[in-house]
Ligand binder design. Sequence first.
Ligand SMILES: O=C(O)CCC(=O)C(=O)O
Ligand SMILES: [Mn+2]
Length: 211
Amino acid sequence: MIMQNQLTDVETERLPLVDGDLVLWRQVDLGRPYDVLMQAILDDTPWRQEEITVYGKPYLQPRLSAWYGDLAYSYSGIMLEPLPWTQTLLDIKLRVEKLVQHSFNSVLLNLYRDQQDSMGMHSDDERELGSEPAIASLSLGEERTFLLRHKSRRDLKTVKLVLPAGSLLLMQGQTQKYWRHGINRERQVCAPRINLTFRTIHRPAMTERNR
Ligand SMILES: O=C(O)CCC(=O)C(=O)O
Ligand SMILES: [Mn+2]
């Protein structure tokens, strides 16, 4: 179904998903060209490669990340202390909030440096995100394929969404309860991609997750 957002003239698309709710904006107005914004975020962010513990063994995440917001976030044995909001990220946050009609107090930045970087299948279902979290995921740079797999329904095909620069994907409702999502490595050469996932953290986290 195609619907017209009331606040802007950006076309939005509600993607049919059993047991979930996905809305995609194919091209969001971010006030600056996507490549300029991408470069500014690349340069300004104190990127880190986090070490996580999976079944007692330490691993380096296959990507870089940075956590901005009002509260700390904990998963897989690491505690992410938030960086203070930058003006660039606050500007983007305001635009995203207007479009998706949710407010956020945090953003996780992921940098996929090349085709080797990835994110394992997971759901963003930590308790501090609430029971039906709205998560808005903005992509810049190289397009990569976002995968969604139902947790129990083997008859449902994996959903594959190519997310180009400037696209915004809102996951809400029961999506995290019933689906896992992730980004696979690619065979062909990929330029860097930055993904910004806006979330609301309701209280300090003490949960575990592996990805
Ligand atoms: O890079 C993406 O599109 C997915 C990011 C994601 O799922 C996350 O940060 O939890
Ligand atoms: Mn996620």
